[in-house]
Design a protein around this ligand. Structure first.
Ligand code: GLN
Length: 238
């Protein structure tokens, strides 16, 4: 399982997900605490954020371990946005290690990451094509096909996860996605946490595992969809 994290709220830098918290994604790339599959996330990393001048996000992804990218700290310190998503990857057996297999995937205004594993036959019929043969790229393509059909973010995730989950009962389908104004995430076979600091409009963190040891992290039950927007956070069963 890879690890991922997202922020929606007052503008912050990507370093607030990766470098600043004691158990941020940089630490999780070599020492995750709650990871059930795999012990290290060294097969690449990626991050996405929104710039005020463009609706579509900026995206940066590499196939090297996060701790070996000498440019990452400077970039993450200055990339600031009210909506952020970052991920570190542990490639599943048989999956290619290439940028196109690395989260976040993006289409239009959406960014998406996957923690888990799914039989590719279970998702291939949900999309015409994918940028990589990696299972996560096919899941992303399936979600993006729903986007193009007009589905809102949460509905697109719920639809793809329930359909893929039916076809592959052993699948682990933790998806995390955002569109610049909201976050949607699924807990389906792996851990997911969220954290509110005051009112939801002040900000919400959604992550595979807590980024620090402060109290207030809430464990999301399995088979659940989380929807976060400035109006509030909803958690609903899938
Ligand atoms: N199956 C995906 C991949 O190979 C995600 C892996 C993971 O969650 N560790 O990239």
């Amino acid at each position: 399982m890879c690890r991922h994290a997202s922020w929606l709220g007052a503008p912050r830098t990507l370093a607030s997900l990766i470098h600043e918290p004691i158990h941020g994604l940089l630490r999780q790339s070599h020492s995750p605490r709650l990871q059930r599959h795999g012990t290290i996330n060294a097969d690449g990393f990626g991050m996405g954020w929104y710039d005020a001048a463009h609706a579509e996000p900026v995206r940066y992804r590499r196939t090297i371990p996060a701790w070996t990218d000498a440019n990452l700290a400077g970039l993450a310190r200055t990339a600031r946005s009210g909506c952020l998503l970052a991920a570190v990857r542990s490639a599943s057996a048989g999956m290619p290690i290439e940028e196109t297999a690395t989260a976040p995937f993006t289409d239009g205004t959406w960014l998406l990451s996957h923690n888990g594993r799914v039989a590719r036959e279970a998702v291939r019929e949900l999309a015409d094509d994918a940028e990589s043969s990696c299972d996560s790229a096919w899941l992303a393509a399936a979600v993006f096909a729903r986007r193009r059909a007009g589905d809102p973010l949460g509905e697109a995730l719920a639809e793809v996860v329930t359909r893929a989950g039916l076809k592959d009962p052993r699948a682990r389908l933790n998806l995390l996605a955002c569109d610049g104004m909201s976050i949607a995430a699924t807990a389906w076979g792996d851990t997911l946490f969220l954290r509110l600091d005051g009112h939801p409009r002040d900000g919400v963190l959604v992550a595979s595992e807590p980024l620090d040891d402060r109290p207030g992290w809430l464990a999301v039950p399995d088979h659940t969809l989380v929807l976060a927007s400035p109006d509030g956070v909803r958690v609903q069963p899938l």
